[in-house]
Design a protein around this ligand. Structure first.
Ligand code: NOJ
Length: 555
């Protein structure tokens, strides 16, 4: 396949390139495998830069590619300033970034500061060192309770299920928000802080344009003598909004990011960052401020049902919040942690934040014939085109441009996600959105690589492959390409005006330059306003949008 690039990203000195960028998330181990070991790698990404350029994206965000035992898909980092040997070398990284930059695609890498892996040199040193040592002080160790400390300091549950404290055999226990293999760092420790500044400079010096900050709201902790009862943080609504929770979204976390900002601003253009912070909407502004990380993920649309009223209020409130923070807002519909939106929108019933929103369907075996795939995809492309017409940056997830459905029925024996192992029978985990991409209709791992695929690809993947969709002018892939090309041409001031549609199942808004987006959330035809038709995800007949879909007009 050969592609011509329509890349027209801003120049390297463009300080605000990120404000309305389209960022494509690559989950490197599942993108493309050049060396044939069944795991995607950096050369695989470099080889596919022509494809990435053909999409018309502004940047890629790479999930972790650092040395890791993959206890949590690479979010358990052994070494922060290196590349996992299965994924390549630092030279491969440098070559990749050069080729991406030559194609005018910027590069964002993932930083995982809340926890290291249990194989990190620091954690091994901590285990070999006595209680009270400076090596233990880099992590969160506490004495156990009960006779000889055989009981945990507190009865807290980890985010993947199971206890959040693990004993090390000498009466002490260490704290982990996530899996046992992911010990939390102590951010009150100056050495920890300095080492991350070094990591940020290391990747910035190699030309990285920005960072995605994992669990950005979890770094600051105030455990004191670990108390037995934690304030409820199971839902964002329940989480205290005054920064008083011992573990989440504490106000003192922002002192860390103020230091990081100094480092980002040492570079020209300044390096950017986006916070993964699961906090109440009005607490996002500080993460997104110009003195902090600069931008924060907004997962509100990702958690919402496909419903005009919910979409409108989420969009409106997030635009207002962005204005208050001085940042631009972000939009996300899919990522490596949730059920793909083409599937979510086709599920018979789901409840928000339940099983990464796959709920009962995943627990019942995740068979695709229980999903209305056709409706799911129609809603997904409608939602995506609406998202792409909004002010702010859009974060797309690899494979959504192919309209990929979630792989819900991975056999238990093949699953990798710790959420599955730590929560058996309750949480199936997130592997279904991480299955290696289908590049070809047939052949070894459908073109992912010559050596198989680390998660099994289902038979139906081939028909959603890049090869199949490339050849079909009406494919989801070619729709994304047309949309991203138009988005570049039409990009306008970060503002919109809602249009009165006279219907509660239709949302329409107009950007200052006349770029207008109309989304119909039902199958009751809707007469479109007059204007030049630029793009439609559903049939338009005699000036009416005939079913669920989004239309872009110039008015
Ligand atoms: C958020 C990441 O997106 C997720 O994949 C990971 O499991 C947790 N943080 C822990 O690092």
């Amino acid at each position: 396949m050969t592609y011509t690039s329509s890349a027209a990203a801003g120049t390297a000195t463009d300080e605000i390139w990120w404000r309305q960028a389209t960022v494509y998330q690559i989950y490197p181990r599942s993108f493309a495998d050049a060396n044939g070991d069944g795991i995607g790698d950096l050369r695989g990404i470099t080889d596919r830069v022509p494809y990435l350029a053909s999409l018309g994206i502004d940047a890629v965000w790479l999930s972790p590619f650092y040395p890791s035992a993959l206890a949590d898909g690479g979010y358990d980092v052994d070494v922060y300033r290196d590349v996992d040997s299965r994924l390549g070398t630092l030279d491969d990284f440098d070559a990749m970034i050069t080729v991406l930059h030559d194609a005018s695609i910027r590069v964002i890498v993932d930083i995982v500061p809340n926890h290291t892996s249990d194989r990190h040199a620091w954690f091994r040193e901590a285990l070999a060192s006595p209680k009270g040592s400076s090596a233990r002080d880099r992590y969160v160790f506490r004495d156990g309770t009960g006779t000889n400390g055989t009981e945990p300091p507190a009865d807290w549950e980890s985010a993947f299920g199971g206890p959040a404290w693990t004993a090390v055999g000498d009466g002490q226990w260490y704290f982990h928000h996530f899996a046992v293999e992911q010990p939390d760092l102590n951010w009150a420790n100056r050495e920890v802080r300095d080492d991350f500044l070094r990591t940020l400079r290391f990747w910035s010096d190699r030309g990285v344009d920005g960072f995605r900050i994992d669990v950005a709201h979890g770094l600051a902790k105030e455990l004191g003598p670990a108390s037995a009862v934690l304030p409820d943080a199971a839902t964002l609504e329940a989480m205290p909004k005054d920064g008083s929770h011992p573990l989440w979204d504490r106000d003192d976390v922002h002192a860390i990011y103020a230091e990081w900002r100094q480092v980002f601003n040492e570079y020209t253009p300044a390096r950017t960052a986006v916070a993964e912070a699961w906090v109440a909407a009005d607490r996002r502004a500080r993460y997104a401020s110009a003195e902090g990380l600069g931008q924060a993920f907004n997962f509100d649309l990702l958690e919402a049902d496909f419903h005009a009223g919910s979409f409108r209020s989420i969009i409106q409130s997030n635009l207002e919040l962005a204005e208050q923070s001085g940042s631009s807002t972000t939009w996300v519909l899919s990522n490596h942690d949730v059920v793909r939106h083409a599937t979510r929108y086709g599920l018979p019933v789901r409840s928000s934040r339940d099983q990464r929103q796959g709920g009962a369907w995943l627990l019942a075996g995740g068979a695709l014939d229980a999903v209305d795939q056709e409706l799911g995809l129609r809603r997904a492309t409608a939602a995506t085109m609406l998202e792409l017409a909004l002010p702010g940056s859009a974060y797309l997830y690899q494979g959504e441009e192919l309209g990929l459905q979630e792989v819900g029925d991975i056999p238990d024996a093949e699953r990798q996600d710790p959420a599955f192992f730590r929560n058996r029978g309750v949480d199936i985990g997130r592997d279904g959105s991480r299955v290696p991409l289908p590049w070809k209709r047939e052949g070894s791992s459908l073109g992912f690589g010559p050596g198989g695929s680390h998660l099994p690809q289902p038979g139906w993947f081939g028909e959603s492959s890049v090869e199949a969709e490339d050849a079909d002018p009406d494919s989801t892939l070619n729709l994304y390409r047309r949309a991203l090309d138009l988005r570049r041409q039409l990009q306008a001031d970060e503002h919109l005006d809602w249009l009165n549609t006279g219907r509660d199942d239709v949302l329409a808004f107009r950007r200052p330059n006349g770029w207008t987006s109309v989304t119909l959330f039902s199958d009751a035809p809707y007469d479109l306003p007059a204007g030049e038709l630029l793009l439609a995800t559903a049939p338009v007949t005699d000036g009416a949008l005939m079913g669920v879909g989004t239309v872009w007009l110039r008015m």
